[in-house]
Design a protein around this ligand. Structure first.
Ligand code: FAD
Length: 416
């Protein structure tokens, strides 16, 4: 049996961020993952600016190594297409200008396969002597004892930890059984993903594309460009709607690719290069209690995915880092009580709460296609609104202004 101060279950982005931040703070930990890396994760593979911001805060050297890595494409923004086919390009940087070459030196968004990105993070873990990583071990038992958690897994693996950071993703049994957070279809998205080669008509600056097509509402169809002429293509729809409309997402996606007038042209020479895989997206559209006696939930295990964009990697990294900083505080105070760890919840929702709330409002807007169309039309002419949308992808602190009603008032007064 191993003994440690902190055990992290899951070495995806959230668990890796927690481990790397702990190492930076001089705290040793054990990380356990059921997979052996490199491993795939069903995802859109879109990394917004938050990813670099978070890695930079943990250790600027990690952010530099990611910037230099060649397994990703640089992306400068997002193209939103409304149900009425109004299209709006929003740069990740509020000052993005497609004609301005200087902006091209500092892209803050990337697209890269999770097989590569997650392995990059695991390689960062392996650089650190403070972190002991166990791969290929599935944790299936958590026992709260007086002096810590006894965690057991496959092949007789056991670790005793003063504190647990639960980072085992969207299907976390701990989240359901110990933290009592259950899946609610109106706060959950079902997503599928496939890889294609030779999709045409991509944006020259590798903007990722979100198409809010009428038949998919309140969900969307996406195309994200990858290196070597590949693209990540998928569909995500609120589980409530999937159930109500008895949708078959795989069929819906193939139908769009084969029959939609725009996409059948763009996929004319395209080739499916993978199987079509599905996975859940636990949304942060509702605040939950994400810590308790001797544990903190991070990333998807804490339901922190952006309800509008479906982005969860950035929030996974942010929450992992915040959990590590709180773990340091708890260790200093030798206090692992629910009351002490509630500071983690407070910090997560202080940092991410306003943005999650705004995204929830935008998500609801999708239920009113005419309003969405109007907003897209106004936005294409309104610099302020474009900036607002850029901020959504840029930096959490900048989004504070979005929570102010005066912003929306100004927006309506300056419609043109
Ligand atoms: C279809 C789809 C598209 C998406 N597109 C995007 C996107 O473009 N951009 C974006 O930012 N986000 C996207 N997301 C969300 C993103 O994938 C997640 O938010 C992100 O992976 C969360 O990271 P995590 O570390 O919390 O969990 P995960 O990445 O799921 O990592 C969890 C880890 O825990 C391990 N594990 C699980 N159970 C156990 C166990 N019992 N014992 C030991 N280890 C265990 C797993 O092997 C895994 O390595 C998408 C999600 C889906 C489903």
């Amino acid at each position: 049996m191993f003994e440690t101060k902190v055990c992290i279950v899951g070495a995806g982005p959230a668990g890796a961020a927690a481990a790397l931040q702990l190492a930076q703070s001089g705290v040793e930990c054990i990380v356990v993952d059921k997979a052996v890396f490199p491993r795939d994760k069903v995802c859109g593979d879109g990394l917004s600016g938050k990813v670099i911001t978070a890695l930079n805060r943990i250790d600027p050297a990690i952010a530099s190594r990611l910037k230099a890595a060649d397994f990703k494409v640089n992306s400068w923004g997002v193209t939103f297409v409304s149900p009425g086919r109004h299209s709006l390009d929003v740069g990740y940087r509020p000052d993005y200008n497609s004609g301005n070459e200087s902006h091209k030196e500092t892209p803050i968004g990337y697209v890269c396969k999770r097989m590569d990105f997650d392995n990059f993070l695991v390689e960062e873990i392996k650089r650190r002597s403070e972190i002991k990583l166990f791969e290929g071990v599935t944790i299936d038992k958590y026992e709260l004892q007086e002096d810590g958690y006894l965690v057991s897994g496959s092949n007789g693996f056991q670790v005793k930890a003063q504190l647990l950071i639960v980072a085992n993703g969207a299907h976390s049994a701990f989240t359901k059984e110990v933290a009592n957070i259950t899946m609610e279809p109106k706060h959950y998205v079902a997503g599928i993903r496939a890889y294609y080669k030779n999709v045409s008509g991509n944006n020259a600056d590798n903007f990722i594309e979100l198409h809010f097509l009428k038949n998919l509402l309140p969900g969307y169809f996406w195309i994200f460009p990858l290196p070597n002429g590949e693209a990540n293509v998928g569909v995500g729809v609120l589980s409530e709607a999937v159930r109500k409309k008895k949708m078959n997402l795989k069929k819906s996606m193939l139908d769009i690719i084969e029959n939609d007038p725009v996409f059948k042209e763009r996929f004319k020479n395209a080739e499916l290069t993978s199987s079509i895989e599905g996975y859940g997206l636990p949304l942060g559209s509702k605040q939950r209690v994400i810590s308790g006696n001797r544990y903190m939930l991070v990333g998807d295990a804490a339901y922190l995915i952006d309800p509008f964009t479906g982005e969860g990697i950035g929030n996974g990294l942010y929450s992992g880092r915040i959990a590590a900083l709180q773990a340091v505080e708890a260790l200093k105070a030798n206090d692992f009580s629910a009351t002490q760890l509630a500071k983690y919840d407070a910090e997560v929702y202080r940092v991410m709460g306003p943005e999650l709330k705004l995204s929830h409002r935008l998500q609801k807007l999708i239920n009113y296609p005419w309003l969405f169309n109007t907003l897209m039309k106004i936005s294409s002419r309104n610099k302020q609104l474009q900036e607002l949308l850029s901020c959504m992808f840029y930096e959490v602190d900048l989004r504070k202004k979005l929570a102010k009603p005066s912003f929306y008032l100004k927006l309506l007064l300056n419609r043109n």
